[in-house]
Design a protein around this ligand. Structure first.
Ligand SMILES: Cc1cc2nc3c(=O)[nH]c(=O)nc-3n(C[C@H](O)[C@H](O)[C@H](O)COP(=O)(O)O)c2cc1C
Length: 343
């Protein structure tokens, strides 16, 4: 039997209430939205179902003030959930239209997703829908670095929204420079107790019953060690172990990629999360997995150094792509916890 905190992954396409009221159908789409990735699996989103649209809110009570002080990663994560909602909507015959921050950037309303009938399944170029339940982040190691050039090209082209750009970093020297940037970021951040506590609060043992956070099996930490690991992580600077793991993920990947944007504000962060999740689903279609390295982007000096390498806009995410074994998923919050019901 699936444990409660993993039940979200068992959503069945055949349970879609095709003949049910619109509200029920939109609610069903949200079962896919909540499978999206999010920085330390905080799932910082809330949804309200309206007549023919879904409002997507940022849940700032789930922010990480020392790890992600600008909430950049938080808004990117909400963008990932919006992408899943749009993919699910298109699959079930809607024509999703997303508008970001319709009430202005100071509002918690991040996106209004109109879901009107009239979508044509035949227009969908690729089956991204069935990848939502297959996608996961790789945090342990890659098995194989081979990704065919045409697949990489397709991913590059999929980031085709205005103001967004994907750069691949293939040469050896730049890859070494990235390892160095990620290592220095870990050294600086993990030396700080507030940072360790803030991030450590989202680490979970392998037997977690919590609906959020990162179970340590995803990082390859053995069961017995996982029990004491979150406390040890908060107390001690474990940067050497973390650097060792990330160096392997960079060394053994097929390619490194930097997602950059022309602007650096909340709507852009959200739109880049939307594009990222589309790319990740496309990658999953080809059994390609991704690892993320947010650390250098969280430190202004290192972000500047990263910019010198890609020479384009504002870097938003450094990640690697490669082939890895499928991994047990991470927990998700139940849908009821993230739906705002009218009072
Ligand atoms: C915007 C964004 C940034 C992320 N940054 C990191 C990161 O720096 N390091 C990392 O290990 N995972 C990172 N992740 C991956 C999350 O930890 C992961 O999505 C979450 O734990 C849920 O797991 P899943 O993706 O396997 O469903 C990031 C995810 C998102 C959406």
């Amino acid at each position: 039997m699936t444990a409660k905190n993993y039940e979200a992954w068992d959503v069945l396409e055949s349970d879609y209430p095709a003949k049910g009221p619109l509200e029920e159908r939109l609610k069903f789409l949200l079962r896919y939205a909540i499978l999206a990735p999010s920085g330390p699996n905080t799932q910082p989103w809330k949804f309200a179902i309206n007549e023919g649209s879904v409002s997507v809110f940022a849940d700032l009570s789930r922010a990480l003030p020392f790890v992600d002080p600008s909430n950049r990663t938080l808004y990117m994560s909400v963008g990932c959930a919006v992408a899943n909602l749009a993919v699910a909507g298109a699959h079930f015959g809607f024509a999703p239209r997303v508008s970001y921050f319709p009430d202005g950037e100071e509002s918690d309303l991040v996106a209004e997703v109109q879901l009107l009938p009239g979508g044509n399944k035949m227009d969908l170029q690729m089956d991204l829908f069935h990848q939502m339940q297959r996608r996961h982040t790789t945090k342990d190691h890659y098995e194989n670095a081979t990704i065919e050039p045409n697949i990489l090209k397709e991913m590059e082209q999929s980031i085709n929204l205005p103001g967004l750009c994907l750069s691949f970093i293939e040469d050896k020297d730049s890859r070494a420079k990235m390892t160095d940037l990620v290592s220095r970021a870990h050294q600086t951040q993990l030396a700080k107790k507030e940072f360790r506590h803030n991030l450590g609060d989202w680490l979970r043992s392998n037997w977690t019953a919590e609906p959020d956070g990162m179970p340590l099996y995803t990082f390859g930490v053995p069961d017995a060690v996982s029990l004491g690991f979150p406390a040890a992580f908060k107390e001690f600077d474990l940067s050497r172990a973390v650097i060792y793991r990330d160096a392997g993920l960079i060394r053994d990947c097929s390619t490194l990629a930097v997602l950059s944007t022309d602007r650096d504000d909340k709507p852009t962060w959200t739109a880049s999360g939307f594009a990222l999740e589309n790319l990740l689903l496309r990658a999953t279609f080809y059994d390609v997995r991704a690892s993320f390295f947010s650390q250098p982007i969280g430190l202004p000096d290192l972000r500047e150094e990263l910019l010198e390498l890609v020479n384009r806009g504002h870097p938003q995410l450094l990640f690697s792509l490669g082939r890895a074994k499928p991994m047990r998923p991470s927990p998700r919050r139940p849908l009821e916890d993230v739906i705002i019901t009218p009072s």
